[in-house]
Design a protein around this ligand. Structure first.
Ligand code: SF4
Length: 343
């Protein structure tokens, strides 16, 4: 989807009954795993030259993908579309062993940009499968991350899409079941699914640590605090970004009178602002801050220039580059540590 080149009509500054303001959620935007994946593609292009192939969207954001395409990245659905011997980057959402093997068969030079927090869930799946557990993987069937994790232990994984499915799924041995989850789900909905699973299977084992990642949790906590005071919440993020879509749902659940997701400022509609005094703004974990700043600038022109940040956590997690990129052609090490603070 190409970017709409500029808004045709600016948002109007229409008076409302009281002062207008913006509550800006923090943390928002880029997480450490997204930062690392995007830099991995940039660095691969720098080192090997264009084109560099990327299996699936490197992160679920149309703006990021479009910018990397301009630099020479080619996005493909599967590795069989990549010419033999070329460089291919695996996305932040991770891949199953079958994809790794298919890439090796084609003699591709693979660069694995899987987020380390997704890799952690893969390892848990492998370990529980080895111990012969049935793994109830809470997540959205068809999402790349779920496919990658399930692919680590296809004979042991049963996907649970929703709390309602928890009431109907069948297990082979109720004393040998564990739950794991996708990293970008709604915390509340996941806990409801686990509660309903445990009602049926009291010996359900918990994962060793939370699978829903710090970035997903922090963004949900921040928007919950904003939502209760917001007439409208705008979430910047793409339609295929699970954590962005969850932010809209959480905002509505926690008291926002309305909530919408936009890729770009151009999509904000004048009628959303009818009678609105307080606008909450946030963004998903794959969204560059520049897109949020564009929304804030447009809102300022419509009278919402008073911006108050609502911060519920500080984030300082950092990841190093994928191992394939830590050394340059001359053998010099790139020890860059990547957090979530890039524009
Ligand atoms: S949202 Fe979480 S799991 Fe996904 S890339 Fe970011 S830190 Fe990693």
């Amino acid at each position: 989807m190409p970017r709409v080149p500029g808004r045709r009509e600016r948002l109007q500054n229409i008076p409302v009954d009281g002062p207008k303001k913006v509550l800006l959620a923090a943390p928002r935007g880029y997480c450490a795993g997204v930062d690392r994946a995007v830099v991995a593609v940039e660095k691969a292009l720098e080192r090997y030259g264009a084109p560099v192939y990327v299996r699936k969207q490197i992160v679920h954001n149309i703006h990021v993908v479009t910018e990397l395409e301009k630099m020479g990245a080619i996005f493909v659905e599967e590795v069989d579309e990549v010419p033999s011997g070329a460089h291919v980057v695996f996305s932040a959402h991770g891949v199953s062993p079958a994809v790794v093997n298919a890439a090796a068969d084609r003699e591709l030079h693979a660069i694995d940009a899987t987020c380390p927090l997704v890799t952690k869930v893969h390892r848990e799946a492998v370990r529980f499968a080895r111990d012969d557990y049935q793994i109830l993987l809470i997540g959205h069937e068809g999402h790349e991350e779920v496919e990658g994790t399930a692919g680590e232990a296809p004979d042991h994984v049963t996907i649970v899409n929703s709390p309602d499915e928890a009431d109907t799924i069948e297990v082979a041995d109720p004393n040998k079941v564990v739950w794991l989850s996708q990293t970008t789900l709604s915390v509340d909905e996941t806990m409801e699914t686990v509660r309903r699973l445990r009602e049926r299977f009291p010996n359900l084992q918990d994962p060793p640590s939370d699978d829903i990642c710090y970035a997903t949790q922090n963004r949900q906590v921040a928007i919950k605090k904003v939502a209760k005071d917001a007439d409208l919440v705008i979430v910047v993020g793409s339609a295929n970004s699970s954590n962005s879509v969850r932010l809209v749902e959480v905002a509505l659940e926690y008291g926002a009178k309305a909530a919408y997701r936009v890729d770009y400022v151009d999509e904000v509609k004048q009628e959303w602002l009818d009678g609105v005094k307080t606008v909450g703004v946030t963004s998903g974990a794959s969204v560059p801050e520049i897109l949020v700043q564009e929304v804030l600038a447009e809102l300022a022109g419509a009278g919402y220039a008073d911006v108050e940040e609502v911060r519920t956590a500080e984030e300082d997690l950092m990841f190093s580059l994928p191992k394939e990129l830590r050394q340059d052609a001359s053998g010099r090490r790139d020890e860059r540590a990547l957090g979530g603070r890039r524009d």
